[in-house]
Write a protein that binds this ligand. Structure first.
Ligand SMILES: [Zn+2]
Length: 76
């Protein structure tokens, strides 16, 4: 079974191989918030979004930005 970590709650929408959009609702169990979708044999586990120290982009549709925001160059 595949495990996918998601940051949405309480419902997860995903696509099956046949093109169906399926919505599953996460449930709290054993200290985790998760749901198993039998349709695609996938376990969805909720993880709170955490701040990342690595610069990354929310959407691949955004144009790339030159430079590294964390380089501190502006403070020199
Ligand atoms: Zn599924």
């Amino acid at each position: 079974m595949r495990t996918v970590f998601v940051s949405e709650f309480p419902a997860i929408q995903h696509r099956h191989g046949n093109g169906d959009i399926v919505t599953v609702r996460l449930k709290r169990s054993k200290g985790e918030v998760q749901v198993v979708c039998d349709g695609c044999d996938t376990r969805f586990v909720y993880r709170k979004p955490t701040r990342s120290k690595i610069a990354h982009f929310k959407s691949p549709l955004l144009p790339p930005i030159k430079g590294n925001w964390d380089s501190g160059e502006d403070e020199q």
